[in-house]
Design a protein around this ligand. Structure first.
Ligand SMILES: [Zn+2]
Length: 252
């Protein structure tokens, strides 16, 4: 099993991280830890350095920060990403976040940084992990113009099924997180997305299926179970295929 996207580097895990990693090693082949800011990227890289064969890292720039940071900070983050590409498996999370109303200049900055990161991903031949909220089709319309991107993952995809289908047509991956356990929309998307284009993740500590508890990689079982029920395919087959997909897209 592989958790294709989580944030074990977050301080929420400072007291439990070692225990969770020890437990996860029994079931998981790899955990893909994701950075979303300069500090988070540093923590993710450090975590990979501590567990080089088990924790794999992706580093990025969350659009919420990209939208408010000044030019120096943007450049600092982009340089950090480029400087560490040898140690990571994708650029992400990056993207667009329109979930809350934001001023025009913030949206413009999100777009600017997004385009810069997409250009870098093409230049360095790196797959990207997309964080997109309330802008899925819009982001797809942007990304598909970057035809030399090696691979695209829609992390925690919560868009419409038409967007999912088009993304699959482009060969992109749709990643289902633990929030897919409870919603009809995600169930529809699970039906439409072929297993070959699917990944599973927890986005820990977010999206916990257990109230009052932070999410953890072990909960990925619940997502795989729901995909298995929805597609009427054995758990083991889903596990096997999504694991293989994660290894392929992240070059693990
Ligand atoms: Zn995330």
């Amino acid at each position: 099993m592989i958790d294709a996207h989580c944030h074990l580097n977050f301080e929420e895990f400072d007291d439990t991280r070692e225990e969770i990693i020890k437990e996860s090693k029994k079931e998981f082949k790899y955990i893909v830890d994701c950075g979303a800011s300069i500090e988070g990227n540093k923590r993710s890289l450090a975590l990979h350095e501590k567990y080089p064969t088990f924790i794999k890292s992706t580093i990025g720039y969350h659009p919420i920060y990209a939208g408010v940071d000044n030019k120096e900070r943007v450049n600092e983050t982009l340089n950090q990403i480029v400087d560490n590409l040898d140690d990571v498996h994708a650029i992400g999370e990056i993207g667009l976040d329109f979930a809350t109303a934001r001023p025009e200049d913030e949206l413009r900055r999100q777009h600017n940084v997004f385009h810069q990161l997409l250009t870098l991903a093409c230049e360095y031949d790196m797959p990207i992990v997309l964080h997109v909220r309330e802008a899925e089709q819009h982001a797809l319309d942007i990304v598909k113009k970057y035809t030399s991107l090696p691979d695209v993952i829609f992390h925690c995809f919560s868009g419409k099924k038409e967007t999912a289908i088009e993304a699959v047509d482009y060969g992109y991956y749709i990643s289902f997180a633990t929030n897919a356990l409870f919603s009809k929309k995600h169930k529809q998307n699970m039906k439409k997305v072929p297993l070959e284009n699917m990944l599973t993740e927890t986005d820990s500590p977010y999206l916990s299926p257990v109230k009052g508890e932070p999410n953890k990689p072990a909960n990925i079982r619940k997502t795989i179970e729901r995909i298995a029920r929805t597609k009427n395919v054995e758990f083991d087959e889903i596990e096997h295929i999504t694991e293989r997909n994660a290894m392929r897209v992240y070059s693990l």
